[in-house]
Design a protein around this ligand. Structure first.
Ligand code: SF4
Length: 296
C-alpha cells in the first residue's frame, strides 16, 4: 500500500489535467502573490524547498511509485526556480522514474525573464513538457488595475520563448475580470495576446469571489461593476470572434462557466460562436447550466 512520503504545505493546487500526476511541492506559495482576484496562496509565504529535501522525497516516492508517468511541480510558479535548480530536479526525476513521460508546472511570464530560449530548450530536453500560465487578460490597463505585474508585451515575449523552446503552454483568460467598464477592451486585447502566442491549450473561466465581491473590490484599483450572465456571454463572444489561431485546444468548461464550450480553434470557431449567439439571443434553447438559466 502507498503511504504518502511527501510533505505538503496545504492547500496544494494543480490544474485539472494533472489529476493523475504525482505532485512534488518544490516551492511554496507564489513569488508574486499580489493579483487582486487570486486568493490561492495569500495564506502562504513564498519559499523554495531545499534541494536535498526535494531529492529525498523523490527517492522515497520512486520506491513506492516506480511506474509514475506524470509529475507536476507545485506551487504557484515552480518556474521561478533557476535553470540549474530546475534541471537538477528534472534530471533526478528522470533517473528515479524510468517511465516518466512528462513534467509540468505553473508559471508566470516574469519567470521567463532571465531564461533565454536555449535555457528553456534544456528544460524541455530534461523533461519539462508543459507549463500552465494564468494570463488573465491582454489589456494593459486592466493588468495594472488587478496588479498582475505583467503587460501584454511581457506576456507575449515570455510565451514566445516558451514556444520556441518546444515547451507546450496551457493559458487561461478570466471572463468578467474587468467588470462592465473594461469588458470590451479586455476581450479584444486578450485576443491580440492569444493570437500572438498561439498556445497549444486555451481556457476561460469566470471570475469568482471566494471572499465575496466586496473583498475583491477593495483590491481592484478602480471601479468594478460586476457583469451579468448576458454580459459575460457577450464578452466571450467578442473574445472568440477575434481569435485567429491554427490548432489551439479551447476549453470553457470550468464549473464557473455558464455555457460549456469546447473545440479546436480556429477549426470550430464558427460553431462556438453559433452556440454563443443562441445563448445570447435565446437562452432557453442554449445548453446553459440549469441553475444559471434561472438567473438570466
Ligand atoms: S501570479 Fe498567479 S498564483 Fe500568483 S497571485 Fe497572481 S494569479 Fe495568483
Amino acid at each position: 500500500m502507498f503511504s504518502n512520503p511527501l510533505s505538503y504545505d496545504e492547500p496544494v493546487f494543480r490544474p485539472p489535467s494533472e489529476a493523475y500526476s504525482l505532485i512534488f511541492q518544490v516551492t511554496t506559495g507564489c513569488s508574486w502573490n499580489k493579483c487582486a482576484f487570486c486568493e490561492m496562496y495569500t495564506q502562504k509565504q513564498f519559499k523554495i524547498k531545499p534541494e536535498e529535501k526535494i531529492f529525498a522525497e523523490i527517492d522515497i516516492a520512486a520506491k513506492q511509485l516506480p511506474n509514475t508517468r506524470k509529475v507536476f511541480l507545485a506551487d504557484g510558479n515552480a518556474m521561478v526556480l533557476s535553470i540549474e535548480r530546475l534541471i537538477g530536479i528534472l534530471t533526478h526525476l528522470k533517473h528515479s522514474f524510468p517511465k516518466l513521460t512528462r513534467v509540468s508546472a505553473y508559471a508566470i511570464p516574469k519567470d521567463m525573464k532571465n531564461k533565454n530560449v536555449e535555457d528553456l530548450k534544456k528544460l524541455q530536453q530534461a523533461g519539462l513538457k508543459i507549463i500552465y500560465v494564468g494570463i488573465e487578460s491582454g489589456d494593459d490597463e486592466l493588468l495594472e488595475i488587478i496588479n498582475k505585474g505583467e503587460t501584454a508585451a511581457s506576456t507575449i515575449q515570455a510565451m514566445k520563448k516558451v514556444k520556441q523552446a518546444g515547451i507546450k503552454s496551457s493559458v487561461m483568460i478570466i471572463n468578467g475580470l474587468g467588470g462592465k467598464k473594461h469588458s470590451k477592451n479586455h476581450a479584444t486585447n486578450s485576443a491580440v495576446v492569444i493570437n500572438a502566442i498561439e498556445p497549444e491549450f486555451l481556457s476561460t473561466l469566470v471570475l469568482s469571489f471566494p471572499y465575496g465581491a466586496d473583498h475583491f473590490k477593495t483590491r481592484f484599483k478602480g471601479e468594478y461593476q460586476e457583469l451579468n450572465i448576458l454580459d459575460l456571454l457577450i464578452e466571450q463572444q467578442t473574445f472568440i470572434s477575434q481569435l485567429e489561431l491554427t490548432e489551439t485546444v479551447f476549453r470553457s468548461d470550468h464549473a464557473s462557466n455558464y455555457l460549456v464550450l469546447k473545440g479546436i480553434l480556429n477549426r470550430d470557431k464558427h460553431t462556438l460562436l453559433n452556440h454563443l449567439s443562441v445563448a445570447i439571443q435565446k437562452p432557453e434553447l442554449a445548453n446553459l447550466r440549469q441553475e444559471w438559466q434561472r438567473g438570466l
